[in-house]
Design a protein around this ligand. Structure first.
Ligand code: SF4
Ligand code: SF4
Length: 441
């Protein structure tokens, strides 16, 4: 695609990064067929090619974002299915990230949207605040059960986004237990790794962290749990300053642990966060102080399944031997839902399936598995109708597999698909179960 940026415009670091991406697009449109919003809405401007045109036009003309541009770009899930499909290697992720930041700088959203987005940015990345919000939602649901007529009236009047937020906040999170090792008497002499506790995940699905600690320690490694948000959630909201602040603080915490005792890997068990961490090199590309440590962190980052798989290929560990012997999950049918950040963001698609099969599960394919479930960070709150349609499609396809449970590698998908009568668990919980950990359901 031809571009017409001036030398002055190209002096801007973000324009300079986006220009070669735009030039790679050859308008072929292959990406539209795999774009969930194009599949739902059938509008060229709600597909990747149309969005690329909108971004190009906005940036080339240095035009503030318009209401129409914002509508189409806000509908993008950042699922990155288009990147997997694109034969020309267009890095749509960096383009849409740039556009989201540009929108935040040049467009004044209606007040309701501003309030909602600010609320999400000020609550979700902070575990203590999120825990209070979840407790408040649980109390409200309790009250609603006692006063159903009033609750129904209020629900009818509440905007769809607020209803979606209430539904997600009422997710039945299990209480958080200290992620102490239950691996038994194992040696931890093989090295030291960091496990990212994350923000929303540590509140909503704390069992994931405990399962990961057991898997890591069974494999003979010492685990250091690193608290704090990586900034992925605010990044998707286009909030550039907060994104850098969260990311820089995390870089510092990890650097401190590396100085203290060395780390052979930084393990992430929420694939949305993993995708973001692996992109830190790009985020800090022009930062003279942080560029190098950001690149190093991106290189050290592994999804928990990716790390286990690498370990097993290098040298069969006690954990894999244990899983070979385990009988608890033998033949249990699992529909594996590959989170977008896992299959499109990190391209790790076959690994979790392989590990689950080796652990004794019968893995079933979900039809249209490349399409997002509608979670996508805060998308299910900001675009509740589209997210609900995607959820229903995904659940129908899951039910069609006849599997007993669903496994996935991202907290957002677990919460999005919960409550439909089929247990949704993290892949790590199943691998831990097969190796002697507690049954996850
Ligand atoms: S990231 Fe997903 S929703 Fe956005 S344009 Fe690409 S395929 Fe469509
Ligand atoms: S598939 Fe790639 S090159 Fe083709 S239109 Fe989509 S982004 Fe452009």
């Amino acid at each position: 695609m031809q571009t017409r940026f001036t030398t002055e415009q190209l002096a801007d670091r973000d324009i300079a990064a986006s220009e070669p991406i735009l030039r790679k697009c050859v308008h072929c449109g292959f990406c539209t067929a795999t774009c969930p919003t194009y599949v739902l809405l059938g509008d060229e401007l709600d597909g990747p090619r149309g969005r690329i045109y909108l971004i190009k036009d906005m940036l080339e003309n240095s035009r503030p974002a318009t209401r129409e541009v914002v509508r189409h770009l806000d509908r993008c899930l950042s699922c990155l299915a288009c990147m997997t499909t694109c034969p020309s290697g267009v890095h749509y992720q960096h383009l849409i990230d740039h556009a989201r930041g540009y929108i935040e700088r040049t467009y004044r959203r209606p007040w309701r949207e501003r309030v909602l987005r600010a609320l999400l940015a000020k609550v979700l990345p902070y575990p203590r605040r999120l825990r209070i919000a979840v407790a408040a939602a649980a109390a409200l649901h309790g009250a609603a059960r006692r006063l159903p007529a009033l609750a129904e009236r209020l629900e009818r009047r509440a905007p769809a986004s607020w209803r979606a937020m209430a539904r997600l906040a009422a997710y039945d999170a299990p209480p958080r237990a200290a992620p102490e090792s239950r691996a038994g008497a194992v040696s931890r002499s093989r090295g030291r790794v960091a496990l990212l506790a994350g923000c929303a995940q540590s509140v909503l699905t704390p069992r994931t962290e405990a399962a990961c600690v057991r898997l890591i320690e069974r494999a003979g490694f010492e685990t250091v749990v690193i608290d704090g948000c990586c900034g992925a959630l605010v990044h998707h909201l286009g909030r550039a300053t907060e994104t850098r602040t969260f990311a820089a603080a995390l870089l510092e915490r990890i650097a401190a642990e590396r100085r203290r005792g060395g780390l052979s890997a930084v393990i992430v068990d929420a694939s949305g966060c993993g995708t973001h961490l692996k992109d830190f090199g790009h985020l800090f590309r022009d930062d003279p102080e942080l560029a190098e440590s950001a690149r190093e962190l991106s290189g050290l980052t592994r999804d928990i399944t990716e790390w286990l798989d690498e370990l097993e290929r290098a040298q069969p560990s006690p954990a894999t031997e244990a899983s070979d012997r385990a009988s608890a999950p033998h033949g249990v049918t699992v529909a594996y839902h590959s989170a977008c950040s896992m299959q499109h963001g990190q391209r790790l698609d076959p690994i979790p399936r392989r590990l689950l099969e080796r652990a004794g599960f019968e893995v079933r394919e979900i039809p249209d598995g490349h399409l997002c479930c509608g979670s996508a960070g805060t998308y299910n709150i900001l675009q509740p109708q589209l997210a609900a349609e995607l959820r229903e499609r995904k659940l129908a396809n899951i039910r069609g597999t006849g599997a007993r449970l669903v496994a996935t590698g991202n907290v957002g998908c677990i919460v999005q698909l919960a409550g439909a009568g089929i247990p949704v668990v993290h892949t790590a919980e199943l691998l831990d179960w097969s190796a002697g950990g507690p049954a996850p359901m």
